[in-house]
Design a protein around this ligand. Structure first.
Ligand SMILES: Cc1ncc(COP(=O)(O)O)c(C=O)c1O
Length: 298
């Protein structure tokens, strides 16, 4: 049963979920033209676009000329929620109800600490008021009042902003470049492709790569873990079970956010050894090393 109509609530006919910027796992970013097109489609079909914009604050120029260019205060593309506010008269255009057709999810997990379990939702003023009146907000207050208070303090004092621009972006920029350069040097000559590496702006936590056609990513990832103690994510774990239309059998996701620079270089060097063995048609070696800890290459 639907609840009785309230002036601050709205039922959309459809929900469209996406990660338009530095998506997980592909690290792909949706073009501005596609963002606008999606907003127009959502308006036409009474849909709410719900974007997971958790990596928007984590972006930097792909090839900084000097170390001071490894931060980006303004995002390279507007979010879909921003486009919905501006495009063709925005949510207040004649004939619309003012709720808008897009909302943005943000998370402090990626920019403050994974344990804080606090995020935010953003939309038009009317949409935000509607969300504030839901039972979980009105009755529960917020999912995590105490950590929300800490985060509020960090924001008001500018500590979090300083941390993002002074620590996270420069560190991730360096890690990203180190990982990509290692892949280009060690793996690309063996036929590995980096589909997203020709962009101006980079961000997020991941790189996505494609192995040569003869190498299956599940087997490769298993051999990396068992024979070289390197943990990588094979594309198959991101497939939707039962959906044959999108397969990632030759793809891998590597993450650069947590791993130290020298460990990344060493990890890629070990991956090269496994890839060379696969390309020679050799099977898995016995007498494998046990993995110690996820993400490490000790
Ligand atoms: C696109 C996206 N949304 C949400 C999350 C999870 O965020 P949180 O830790 O705030 O639940 C992740 C984490 O991997 C993610 O990649």
């Amino acid at each position: 049963m639907f609840k009785p109509a309230r002036p601050y609530s709205k039922y959309y006919r459809h929900v469209i979920y996406c990660v338009p910027t530095f998506s997980n796992p592909s690290s792909r970013t949706m073009s501005i033209e596609h963002r606008k097109e999606l907003v127009r489609i959502a308006r036409k079909f009474d849909a709410l676009i719900l974007t997971d914009d958790v990596y928007d604050q984590l972006q930097w120029p792909a090839s900084p000329q000097d170390p001071s260019e490894n931060t980006l205060v303004k995002a390279s593309y507007p979010r879909i929620v921003d486009i919905d506010i501006e495009l063709d008269g925005g949510a207040e255009r004649p004939g619309s109800d003012g709720f808008g057709n897009a909302m943005s999810n943000g998370s402090f997990s990626k920019i403050c600490g994974p344990g804080v379990r606090v995020g935010w939702a953003e939309g038009t003023a009317k949409f935000a008021y509607g969300v504030s009146q839901t039972g979980s907000s009105c009755s529960g207050g917020a999912p995590s009042q105490l950590t929300s208070t800490y985060i509020n303090h960090l924001l008001q004092h500018g500590t979090l902003q300083k941390h993002i621009h002074g620590t996270l972006q420069p560190a991730y920029s360096k890690r990203y470049l180190t990982l990509v350069n290692a892949v280009k040097e060690d793996l690309c000559p063996l036929g590995v492709k980096l589909p997203q590496s020709n962009r101006d702006v980079i961000g997020g936590y991941f790189i996505w790569l494609t192995l040569p056609d003869t190498v299956n990513a599940d087997e490769f990832a298993q051999r990396c873990q068992e024979e070289a103690n390197v943990v990588v994510a094979p594309g198959s774990i991101f497939e939707v079970p039962g959906d044959e239309s999108v397969r990632f059998e030759h793809s891998l996701r590597l993450t650069f956010s947590w791993v130290e620079l020298d460990e990344m270089v060493e990890g890629v060097r070990r991956m090269r050894g496994i890839l060379e063995s696969c390309l020679r048609g050799e099977g898995p070696r016995s007498g494998t090393i046990k993995r110690k800890e996820l993400g490490t290459v000790k």
